[in-house]
Ligand binder design. Structure first.
Ligand code: SAM
Length: 252
């Protein structure tokens, strides 16, 4: 997915798209009038968020496979849970990139509850024939708890706990009776997503947000299948953001 602003001049764009001379002149004079040298591809709300930029530049490339658009959405949604109660949870933290973004967003938003980062640290689990690219377990087995700690240290986030093992059956109990305000599920397989959902939904506070990574991604059809099974209901609003996120908000 492109994440950079276009540096093409209007003339170059016009040439490619065969815009008429008159249209081209009108747009060029508007550009001059407003002092715009080039027109960005799209609005990028993170442009003015220095701390988010700092965080993403630290994790990009080695600590996360989640792109800037989805990381921004996590960042923004965590901020919107600041008035709620409950812990933050990520299932599938791998090397800690997206989890670090969640933890730093919570810190910036003044949230005092802990961010829990869960992973087997031996790769994906529970793959079956609905999981296309993830039928065989063990993808992302390169994850390391030490790297997660380094990422969180680099981001200056200390209010977090790493839970190692299969969630929820091996580590869910470590959250005790915590309620959840925000959860990011990034587990790649149908059954892992479904089991995590069954554990999280009853603990999610009203107004709480559940974000699934990989919804609509062709390599992880198990995630789309699971989300499609649970996304409708009178206690929830769900949306498909076309960035491979599905977002659910608990309404009652
Ligand atoms: C795509 S990676 C996560 C990427 C990460 N969020 C990032 O920032 O790049 C998926 C991870 O989910 C983990 N995982 C899958 N099912 C799990 C489960 N039931 N419990 C704990 N971890 C799980 C895998 O070990 C793998 O590291």
């Amino acid at each position: 997915m492109p994440t950079q602003k276009s540096t093409e001049t209007h003339e170059e764009v016009a040439e490619e798209k065969e815009v008429s001379d008159q249209e081209s002149e009108e747009i060029t004079s508007a550009q001059k009038k407003f002092g715009i040298e080039s027109i960005p591809d799209r609005y990028e709300p993170w442009e003015d968020e220095g701390v988010f930029h700092f965080a993403y530049s630290i994790v990009q490339g080695w600590a996360t496979v989640v792109d800037i658009i989805r990381c921004w959405e996590l960042w923004d949604l965590v901020h919107q849970t600041a008035h709620l109660e409950g812990a933050l949870l990520e299932v599938g933290c791998w090397n800690g990139g997206s989890g670090g973004i969640i933890g730093l967003a919570a810190k910036k938003a003044g949230i005092r509850d802990t961010t829990f980062l869960c992973d087997t640290f031996s790769g994906t689990v529970k793959g079956n024939n609905v999981d296309a690219g993830y039928v065989d377990d063990g993808a992302f087995s390169s994850a390391s708890k030490k790297l997660v700690e380094r990422v969180l240290f680099g981001l200056q986030v200390s209010n977090y706990k790493i839970l190692e093992g299969i969630f929820p059956e091996e580590t869910g109990y470590l959250l005790g009776d915590s309620r959840i305000r925000f959860c990011h599920i990034d587990v790649d397989t149908y059954q892992s997503a479904a089991d995590t959902y069954e554990w999280v939904w009853p603990r999610l506070v009203v107004g709480g947000i559940l974000v699934y990574d990989d919804y609509g991604y062709l390599v992880t059809p198990g995630i789309s299948k699971h989300v499609n099974e649970i996304r409708h209901g009178e206690d929830r609003i769900s949306m498909y953001n076309l960035n491979e996120h599905a977002v659910l908000i608990k309404t009652k």
